[in-house]
Design a binder for this molecule. Structure first.
Ligand SMILES: NC(=O)c1ccc[n+]([C@@H]2O[C@H](COP(=O)([O-])OP(=O)(O)OC[C@H]3O[C@@H](n4cnc5c(N)ncnc54)[C@H](O)[C@@H]3O)[C@@H](O)[C@H]2O)c1
Ligand SMILES: [Zn+2]
Length: 366
């Protein structure tokens, strides 16, 4: 096995490690047994990876003399619901899982959020391990301990903080990930660079081709650095009172664009559009250094991500959606603005700026 990266993440009173490296898959049974010992393992996954990675994991656990069985629900955000939470929970109850079971979640951010929520609530909480297989889940969803399901009123509205005992990411699994999901994950890595590390941002640009071809060594470096950045921010502010808000860069407009597209755009694609627009806002307000938006646009375009609104979505629709933002204050959307690439403007400790709708309209209209 090639060199592994082990990144510590502070979580409540404790901490856990994100272990990243090509081939780390072979060490899964050993890492799981060590970080999360249990009598039995409930492997929660979605239908997209149940026959491949989840089956492989169960096989490996059984070969290591562990009891393990799969609980799969249908793939896709549309199934990150209380109904699927109930059906996975009921199936585990029927199978007789008790407090001596641990959960292992295999798959992207959807099984991560739903499986983590099952673990958090099953018999008042089981320990769990996350084995992310999408880029988004590796470098974003696996850090911070958030679990949730969606409701008709919006995404992630019911959930709890329940950090895993360990996260184990093998970038070799990204070779089978559809390219649009790869790109969507890259958008979040660009965000990490833009808000906290100008070097990481520039490095992504130099290695864009290798990243787009899911080269495992390059992906390992990308994931490790992104996880470090997110872990650093989250460790300082686990409950999102202050600096963690910087992670919301590109997301006020991003979430609104995602909703306005009827969720046809992937989250990462919408965030790419949002980052460019919010960088333009920053420049217009004199908060962001001139050229910030153009650097973002150039890098995102080289990663084959969209950088402006598709013609079927109007700026007015997007502004309408920003008003429903969960992170708004007193009904007004807040925008995280960059000082320049690599540094967020702290806005005097508020971390967010209120921006006139007319200006948002201007930057979205291009
Ligand atoms: N908890 C957090 O902090 C956090 C952070 C960011 C995002 N999220 C959540 O993550 C979710 C999005 O996650 P996602 O983008 O990973 O989506 P996803 O989990 O739906 O995965 C996308 C698709 O790829 C398939 N897939 C997964 N791994 C694969 C592989 N290696 N090869 C081939 N196919 C594979 C899946 O079956 C699915 O069809 C959202 O619900 C979002 O709210 C949570
Ligand atoms: Zn995001």
């Amino acid at each position: 096995m090639k060199a592994l990266h082990r990144i510590p993440v502070a979580a409540g009173a404790g901490r856990y490690e994100v272990v990243v490296g090509p081939g780390v898959w072979d060490a899964l049974p050993a890492i799981i047994a060590q970080s999360c010992p249990a009598h039995r393992y409930a492997v929660i996954t979605d239908s997209g990876v149940a026959p491949t990675y989840a089956a492989r994991l169960v096989h490996a656990l059984r070969a290591a003399a562990q009891q393990a069985e799969v609980f799969a629900f249908p793939a896709g955000e549309a199934f990150k619901t209380r109904e699927q939470w109930a059906s996975v929970t009921d199936a585990m109850l029927l199978a007789g899982h008790g407090r001596d079971t641990a959960v292992v979640v295999v798959g992207g951010g959807v099984p991560g959020d739903l499986g983590g929520f099952v673990a958090a609530t099953y018999m008042r909480g089981l320990p769990w391990v996350q084995v992310p297989t999408t880029l988004l889940a590796m470098l974003d969803a696996s850090v911070g301990g958030k679990t949730a399901v969606d409701t008709a009123s919006g995404k992630n509205l019911v959930g709890v903080f329940h950090p895993p005992r360990a996260v184990i990411a093998d970038p070799e699994t990204l070779r089978t990930l559809p390219r649009e999901h790869l790109r969507a994950g890259l958008a979040e890595a660009v965000k990490h660079g833009a808000m906290a590390d100008g070097e990481h941002f520039a490095w992504i640009g130099r290695f864009a081709d290798r990243l787009l071809s899911a080269d495992a060594e390059t992906m390992t470096k990308l994931v490790a650095r992104s996880v470090e950045i997110k872990a650093e921010v989250v460790s300082r502010d686990e409950r999102e009172a202050g600096p963690r808000k910087a992670l919301n860069f590109g997301h006020t407009i991003g979430h609104a664009v995602e909703a306005a597209s009827g969720f046809r755009l992937l989250h990462g694609e919408a965030v790419a559009i949002g980052m460019v627009a919010e960088a333009r806002l920053g420049e217009r307000l004199g908060v962001s250094a001139p050229g910030t938006a153009e650097r973002l646009r150039g890098l995102l375009a080289s990663l084959e991500l969209p950088t402006s609104l598709p013609p079927e979505i109007t700026p007015a629709e997007v502004i309408g959606w920003t008003r429903t933002d969960k992170k708004s204050r007193e009904g007004r959307a807040e925008y995280v603005l960059l000082a320049r690439i690599g540094i967020v403007d702290a806005a005097g400790g508020r971390w967010g700026h209120a921006v006139p709708d007319a200006l948002v309209h201007q930057v979205l209209a291009g």
